[in-house]
Each structure stands twice: as structure tokens, then as C-alpha cells.
Write a protein that binds this ligand. Sequence first.
Ligand code: GAP
Length: 456
Amino acid sequence: MTSETTNTTALNTNETKELESLDEIVALAKRRGFIFPSSEIYGGLSSCYDYGPLGAELKRNIKAAWWRSMVQLRDDVVGLDASIIMHPKVWEASGHVAGFTDPLSECSKCGTRARTDHISSKKYICPKGTKKGEECSFGEARAFNLMFKTNLGPIEDPSNTVYLRPETAQGIFVNYQNVVDSTRVSLPFGIAQQGKSFRNEITTRHFTFRTCEFEQMEMEFFCRPESMLEWYEYWRGTRLQWFKDLGVNPEKLKLREHDSDELAHYSSACSDVEYRFPFGWSEIEGIACRGDFDLTAHSTASGKKLLWRDQVSNETFIPYVVEPALGTDRALLTFLTDAYKVEDIDGNPRTVLSFHPRIAPNKLAVFPLLKKDGQPEKASELYKSLKEHYQCIYDDSGNIGKRYRRQDEAGTPLCITIDHQSMEDSTYTVRDRDTLKQDRIAHADLRQFLFNYLGF
Ligand code: GAP
């Protein structure tokens, strides 16, 4: 392979400062087209966000990386794509109608509503207070159900009330028997699903961290009751490692075991994968022991037996479940925050998103150095051929330095430049986003170079 390092302007200073808040991330996300406020031309809608061109690619790549590791590379997990609106009895049986609530308190003077357990962490200045700076006067907590209700059909009537699912998990439980009957799965096995979930959160906060509409990537792993704790340990480690393998700083990741008073109604043990955001350590994924809670509840409510039959002993039992449940938007916020760096290079600041190549929105950028001498035509030909294999971008506007900076802010791992030498010997300059190292690669070696560098 012809590979020559033509410029080794290594990073002089690798000083990166810790983020103090999410403000810089929010600004970059808007400026570069990762995340926009929803319905912005109408003033935006509280806690709702839209993913722009780079954000949509990033999200697709995160979902693909999860699916690859949780389904494609495994022999014991299959996929599912259940509907968002399900029979209302699903949510009665699962306990969500009766118990999926948050404690809500209201100020007796101005009517401000807040989650009772969040009141102590924030100052609520009452606009109707009699003294300057007077705080809201919150009353007794009442239970507020987080599920969004709507009607199926044209008539608004309690008889056709349905819910937007607050978790994707129940779509998996109610399809347990369908999957067992239609596939050759054998215990232990998992069913994985990605999709939208909705929660009418009382307090949304920290950009996309807690919103009312979000995506989840969940997997229900069915196993023998006596092996549940072993699988729980396995999935705790596997899920933490997934973030590390995709480049998240291990020092900002940890597993936190729930205290017994934190456990959800269905779980006997639970750990969170937490990330150290600028606003503190926070849950990005939960790994829970759900036992036989859900299959038993749906079996009882529907009258249909949801069992596993052992082929050898003919013994039947309700399998136990371990559930790794990740929020896609929260994972995206983690990758975006963790990749964000402002570096000082010889006295000049450089903003860079050091995404792992698998999740980077664009893998490559192709530039002609000059807009003449046949360079644009050659660059465009190369761009079209690479596009067949990788998500790429073509850029010929502004000087080369500006183009590199634009791609650094977009997190593009490699930039390929066609210059006067390329026109003579079909070699290209390939510049690494993180080290700034530039290699000269022959056309014939480029695909192998990219495969080695990107890993696919
Ligand atoms: N099926 C189990 C379940 O839904 P959860 O801890 O309530 O458990 C799992 O949610 C994950 O979904 C969380 O770790 C988080 O990443 C994400 N998530 C939950 N509520 C969210 C919200 N309001 N906004 C964004 N992501 C949320």
C-alpha cells in the first residue's frame, strides 16, 4: 500500500476544557444542524425537538450500532416492531394505568406545577408573590399519570380511550407467544425493539435529556428463573461496555445499583448506566430484573397462557426477564456531549466532535483543493464512487482550512483532498480529524485504507 505522511502537524496542545453547562452543545447542535427546537417558526414547543440533517444521521447510526450489537451479531436475540397504540387492557395489566404516576404539586398563588421530588432542587420564584423574590407555595402532592390519552376512532368517548405507549417493552411481552411460535428461539433468548415512547413528563429538562416524546431501544431477555441474576450481571457489563466500545470516556461512565426504595413496581433489582453530564451524573440506560411480573400479569388479564415448555422434560414455566432499556435521544445526547471538545491549536481554538467512526454522521468529506485544473471533476467522481459505500459529503466552498473546521464541527473522521499532485499520480491527501495527520494515499489503496481506519 502506498501511504506517505505528507504533513504531521500534530496537535500542539491537546488541552480541552470541561463543559460547565449544556449551553455550548445546544448552540452547536442548532448551528450545525444536529438538533432544532420543534416548530421553531411558531416560537417552539416546550421540550419538543427536531433532528436536523446531521442529527438524523447520528441517530440512525446509534440505532444501527445498537441493533448490530444486540441483534445482528447475536444468535440469541430476535427483533420486533410493535405498534405504538395498543389495546388499553395492556396498560391496565402492566400496572401503568394505576401506577405510572409522578407526584405533582401546585403553587396556591400562581398555579405553577412541579414534580414534588424536584421542588427542592430548584428555586421557584412566584410571579404572584407579595414580596420580591418570594418562592412558590406548593401544596399537597397528588399522583399524576404520565400516559398520553387519545381516542381510537372518530368519537371522543371513554369506551375508545387508548394510550400512546410509555415504554416499548409491553409490545414485546404481548408478542412473546407469537415470537416463540413463529421462530426457533430457545431459552434463554431476547426480543429487541426500537421505537417511539411518550410520557407526559411534569418537568422536562436538560435539552433532550427528558422530553415527552422520545425513542427507546429495549430488549427483554427471557431466561430460566434460577439464571436471572447471572444474566443481570452479564447485561450490566455488556451494556456498559457498548458505550466504551463506541468511544465514550470510561471515566464519565459508571453503573449505579438502585436502592430498594427506588425500584419500579415490576423490578426486583435494577442498575443504571450513568454518564457524567455537565449537570451531574445521570441515568442513560436501565438494566432491570423484571422477573415474571409482565408475562404473569398479561397471562392473568388475557386468559392466555404465556409459558415456556422445555422440549426435553416437557416442564412448563413462566420465564424470568432481564431488561436493558436505553433511551435513543439520551444516548445521542451522551455521544454528542462526550465527543465535544474545544482544543487550543497553536493559540487558535478548534471545535471538534470526536465521534467514533461507526456513529459519525458523515464518514468522509471530499474536497478539490482548487476549483480549477480538473480538480472539481476528479473530486466529484471520487465522491460519487465513495458514496456507494459510505455516507459522504462534498465541499468546495471557502478555503481548505475553513472546510476542515466545518468537518471537525460535524465530527467527520476523514477529509480527502484532490490537489495538483492527484491530477498527476492519482494519490489523495487524507486528513485525520483527531490527530490532524495527513497521509498521501494512492487511489488503488484507498478502499483498504478506509476499511482499516473506519473498521467497516
Ligand atoms: N421499559 C423500562 C423503562 O422504560 P425507564 O427507566 O423508565 O425504563 C428507560 O426508561 C430509558 O428510557 C431511560 O434510561 C432513558 O434513557 C429513557 N427515557 C425514559 N424517560 C425518558 C424521557 N422522558 N425522555 C427521554 N428519555 C427517556
